[in-house]
Design a protein around this ligand. Structure first.
Ligand SMILES: *[C@@H]1O[C@H](CO)[C@@H](O)[C@H](O)[C@H]1NC(C)=O
Ligand SMILES: *[C@@H]1O[C@H](CO)[C@@H](O)[C@H](O)[C@H]1NC(C)=O
Length: 475
């Protein structure tokens, strides 16, 4: 009877009657739509994710940048990040529509007169750029190269006109085209184009600083930290949109990824539900993020990741915002190098304090990094036991008996039950108890995401990465 019903109703219909999730979900919103189990647990149904997906499927990401030609932060944004990491990446070009808008914090004094943030040279630079962008609207490849070249010259404090001349010369732009750009910049055409830039800027720019990005004209302070990882994030958003199960629910008006569904009331209403946002915020407020990292110490990549990245970002500095749990992959059937797994398995069993455990595992990984063929028993005896001296012999005895295989066997069983997705790579990241394949892409970004995902007292989330994308703010 139940089976028939289940076949008859789609999962979607069964859960669409639910509006609020049963238990509070602790998974960061970025990942809510990456698995049906996550969508149901975190948003109460598949509805919101499917509606969003159906709205965005096949559409490009409209990325807009508010910037100023003579602003050092804008120059660095274009020269160090946007151009090399995004605009020149072939796989990105097909899914992103990028619009640079040279206006920023400029003020209009009269119909014809503009006061630029960094003085007259900036006004000249902005006018040259707005003409350049118009001229090359059908040739974005050339537009991007000239844009980058120009900002790079401006960064070295060359005057705007000679910056543009240098670039035009460098890319062997025909004289006639060059003349069109220069005379546009000196004419009322540039004034008109700048009026459009001003209007466009007002549509999405609600900040007090540049560079400032928006997605589908939605500009929010929460999005600005993503300037430091645009390529990675855009690829993740693309996956979220295109890999879900297909569903024929009507698309919503929702334009932005789940990352921002709880960023303000308007987005919550278009994409989601303010009530569920509040539930999530209350559930996570003040709670540390739990990053559990499962790894095989025999793999160089896993050792590197933990001994370098995780150690320097999280283990050396202690705050209450992130909790790291290192956990060696259980290897109950390992023959060789069995002592290595045995020592780690026994330490994992007998050491109860997470910090000591992390310190011991790191000590072992570092010994292994120094001498990959080295003996872990020596590392334990000489150095690593010092974090739990009284367990020195307990662990040795355990590793020299069959006891460790039993512990490893038990842990293998629990690992086989990781939910909702099983471990398929090494190292494997589990975030707040959630084991998701898509979450693995966050492994190199955890130091950035920790600031964005954590909510709690004494945490200025709006300033995440600000000193990096706006260095002059932090001089
Ligand atoms: C976007 O996602 C689809 C579906 O997963 C994939 O086929 C496509 O290659 C992705 N695009 C990029 C640029 O990664
Ligand atoms: C544009 O105006 C500037 C300053 O008035 C002048 O130096 C320059 O020669 C003009 N350029 C063109 C192409 O008219």
């Amino acid at each position: 009877m139940w089976l028939c019903l289940l076949n008859f109703l789609s999962i979607n219909e069964i859960v669409s009657s639910l509006t609020t999730p049963k238990a509070p979900c602790m998974l960061p919103p970025d990942l809510w739509c990456d698995h049906p189990v996550a969508a149901i647990a975190c948003t109460g149904s598949l509805r919101y994710c499917d509606q969003y997906r159906n709205n965005r499927k096949g559409k490009k990401f409209e990325l807009t940048l508010a910037f100023e030609s003579a602003c050092p932060d804008s120059q660095q944004c274009v020269v160090y990040r946007l151009y090399p990491k995004l605009l020149t990446q072939p796989q990105i070009a097909n899914i992103v529509e990028f619009t640079p808008v040279p206006w920023g914090l400029a003020k209009r004094e009269t119909d014809q007169k503009v006061k630029c943030h960094h003085g007259e040279k900036e006004c000249i630079g902005n006018r040259l750029l707005t003409c350049l962008f118009e001229h090359y609207q059908q040739n974005l490849y050339m537009r991007n190269r000239l844009f980058y070249c120009f900002m790079n010259n401006m960064m070295y404090k060359r005057p705007p006109r000679s910056s543009m001349e240098t670039c035009i010369h460098q890319f062997q732009i025909p004289d006639q085209e060059a003349n069109e750009i220069f005379s546009c910049a000196n004419s009322t055409r540039a004034t008109e184009l700048q009026k459009k830039d001003e209007l466009k800027t007002k549509q999405f720019f609600h900040g007090k600083f540049v560079p400032f990005i928006s997605l589908q004209n939605y500009g929010h302070i929460h999005m600005q930290a993503y300037q430091m990882m645009l390529k990675e994030k855009i690829l993740m958003w693309n996956n979220t949109i295109h890999t879900g199960p297909s569903s024929n629910v009507a698309p919503s008006k929702c334009q932005i990824p789940p990352d921002f569904w709880c960023s303000d009331k308007e987005s919550a209403n278009e994409c989601y539900n303010q009530g569920i946002c509040d539930l999530y915020m209350n559930a996570i407020y003040g709670k540390p993020l739990l990053f559990r990292i499962i790894y095989d110490s025999a793999l160089e990549e896993s050792r590197e990741y933990i001994a370098r990245y995780i150690q320097s970002w999280f283990i050396r500095k202690t705050d209450n915002k992130v909790k790291i749990v290192l956990e060696p992959t259980p290897q109950p059937r390992a023959a060789d190098p069995y002592h290595e797994y045995a020592i780690q398995e026994c330490a994992n069993h007998y050491v109860t304090d997470t910090n000591s455990k992390n310190a011991i595992f790191l000590c072992i990984l570092e010994a292994k990094q120094r001498v990959p063929t080295g003996n872990i028993i020596d590392a334990w005896v000489q150095r690593c036991h010092s974090h739990e001296p009284r367990l020195k012999d307990v662990v040795l005895n355990c590793a020299n008996s069959q006891e460790w295989r039993q512990f490893a066997g038990q842990r293998s069983l629990t690992h086989a039950q990781l939910k909702p997705e099983k471990k398929t790579s090494d190292p494997w990241l589990v975030i707040n108890g959630w084991s998701l394949r898509s979450a693995q892409a966050y492994k190199p970004l955890l130091h950035r995401m920790a600031c964005i995902w954590y909510r709690g007292p004494n945490h200025d989330r709006d300033s995440c990465a600000r000193c990096e994308y706006e260095p002059t703010h932090c001089l």
